[in-house]
Ligand binder design. Structure first.
Ligand code: FES
Ligand code: FES
Length: 160
């Protein structure tokens, strides 16, 4: 069965035909064409597919698109405004939190979700919030530093 899915995606209202069993990840990449959200393990173990649903990080490979009816979904494409990076994007850029970059959109979205609900996270809170994400390149230290820097940028007035 198919349905018309209505939601707010990256700040814009949309209505798209999707099958009842379509995954949010496939909806974003294949129907909408937003390929910033990555497919990694396709099984809920790597976090590369993380997006925000009503400000909460969600694994889009484990989320049926239909469950986002009427909700706000945000992907990595939504974060920069008028050509300016968000605090989390700047944090990853300035602290070298990204190497090959494949995991980065998922980390950035999970970090943005954290900083929206907790403006001053401790290192342990950052590690806990990113515990569902895997990076094969960085060794994680730079990622933690990137989020700590992003929190400082948020304190200076940038949006996560
Ligand atoms: S692709 Fe979704 S958790 Fe790995
Ligand atoms: S930067 Fe390469 S997997 Fe994380």
């Amino acid at each position: 069965m198919a349905r018309i899915l209505q939601l707010t995606l990256n700040g814009r209202a949309r209505a798209d035909a999707v099958s009842d069993n379509a995954l949010l990840l496939d909806y974003l990449r294949e129907i909408v064409g937003l390929t910033g959200t990555k497919t990694g393990c396709d099984g809920g173990e790597c976090g590369a597919c993380t997006v925000l649903v009503d400000d909460q990080p969600r694994l889009s490979c484990l989320t049926l698109a239909a469950t986002t009816e009427g909700r706000r979904v945000e992907t990595i494409e939504a974060l920069a405004t008028d050509g300016h990076l968000s605090a989390v994007q700047r944090g990853f850029h300035e602290k070298l939190g990204s190497q090959c970059g494949y995991c980065t959109p998922g980390y950035i979205m999970a970090s943005a979700g954290l900083l929206r609900r907790n403006k001053r996270p401790t290192e342990n809170e950052i590690r806990e919030a990113l515990g569902s994400n895997i990076c094969r390149c960085t060794g994680y230290v730079k990622i933690i530093e990137a989020v700590q820097h992003a929190a400082e940028l948020c304190a200076a007035g940038l949006t996560p």
